[in-house]
Design a protein around this ligand. Structure first.
Ligand code: MRU
Length: 343
């Protein structure tokens, strides 16, 4: 496969390299992937994360293994293993289905790896298109709120919601960003802050529970978030805490946009209640382990405090002002007329 370069993923000289996002922003630690089990554990541990990037990394690995001479059965087993790595972000399943189709057709290794490269390159184009559509919604001097990390760390391109934000900044709109820290794994505090600093975008980090009072004080003009899976009725799953933001935005009449590529739509899922929600380890909520390069462990709860730790929540379509997709911005009427089924 040809060399490919993204902020947190590289294919170079026949090897897949991933930037370990668990160690950001303290360290930029690149790891070489040597086995499918490594890749699965890097994905499950959130070293590789973000809906598009999970699927792109898995696809490049399938392309790489095809080029190593794996047969149809081996590739089918590999795809099944990668598919099960995380349950909510549907890009993983959508991309692996494309590769499985090639395998089922008995395609040559080169055709399979070409498809993996096409998935990578396509995401770069989809990110650029979404960012342009979303940035057009941003007024000069806007104060934008975002959640989790949806930038170049989470995609092969400039990102989804964060791509909109950095694009609006590059257009000279004089924006300011409120960054939700995004408990419990702090993708906002660690990753979005890191990306915004690199891009020179003015931002302020807030605890997740500050968003409501900021909105009440009139300090938020517009909200952009990403998605892990969009049902065809417009409901969508995203990092836990997104639903609360959408309810607050509706109460305060603040425009609330979800930004995602077509590859995040699940054509087989008609309603948000059918989106599988990943449940994660209790230790993530009981304390901090290994954040920012530390190998120590800090617990702040009773040792075995019972924990409920869903990684995502579902926001109903009725709370969404618009769906910023690579094809353009869809409104409530478009979605009611099944626009998401036909993008
Ligand atoms: O658990 P994560 O960090 O993979 O969750 C990421 C999100 O929820 C993002 O908002 C979503 O994947 C969109 S990334 C472009």
């Amino acid at each position: 496969m040809q060399d490919l370069l993204a902020t947190s993923l590289r294919y170079r000289n026949g090897q897949l390299h991933v930037l370990d996002q668990r160690r950001l922003p303290a360290e930029e630690d690149w790891q070489v992937c040597t086995h499918a089990d490594d890749l699965v554990s890097l994905i499950q541990g959130l070293a590789i994360r973000g809906a598009p990037l999970i699927g792109i990394a898995a696809s490049l690995w399938v392309g790489h293994i095809a080029e190593q001479g794996a047969d149809k059965l081996q590739l089918t087993e590999l795809i099944a293993k990668l598919r099960a790595a995380r349950p909510t972000a549907v890009n993983l399943m959508n991309y692996l289905d494309r590769l499985q189709n090639k395998v089922d057709q008995g395609a040559l290794a080169k055709t399979i790896s070409d498809e993996a490269v096409a998935i990578f390159e396509e995401d770069v184009r989809l990110c650029a298109a979404m960012s342009a559509h979303g940035a057009a919604l941003v007024k000069p001097n806007a104060r934008i709120l975002t959640h989790c990390n949806t930038g170049s760390l989470a995609t092969a391109g400039v990102g989804t919601a964060l791509g909109v934000i950095t694009t609006a900044h590059q257009q000279g709109k004089n924006i300011k960003v409120w960054v939700d820290e995004t408990r419990p794994l702090l993708q906002g505090g660690r990753l979005t802050s890191w990306e915004l600093e690199k891009a020179g975008v003015p931002y302020q980090l807030i605890c997740d529970n500050v968003a409501g009072s900021l909105m009440a004080a009139g300090e938020v003009d517009i909200i952009f978030v990403g998605a892990d899976r969009i049902a065809t009725n417009g409901d969508f799953a995203n990092k836990v805490g997104t639903y609360a933001l959408a309810v607050l935005a509706s109460y305060h009449q603040i425009p609330f946009y979800v930004v995602a590529p077509v590859t995040t739509i699940d054509p087989n899922c008609g309603h948000g209640r059918d989106i599988p929600i990943e449940q994660r380890n209790a230790q993530e909520v009981r304390g901090v382990r290994g954040v920012s390069g530390s190998s120590g462990e800090c617990h702040w709860t009773p040792k075995n405090a019972p924990v409920y730790n869903p990684a995502f929540d579902v926001t109903p379509a009725k709370l969404v002002t618009g769906w910023v997709l690579d094809k353009g911005v869809f409104n409530q009427n478009d979605v009611k007329e099944n626009a998401l089924l036909n993008v």
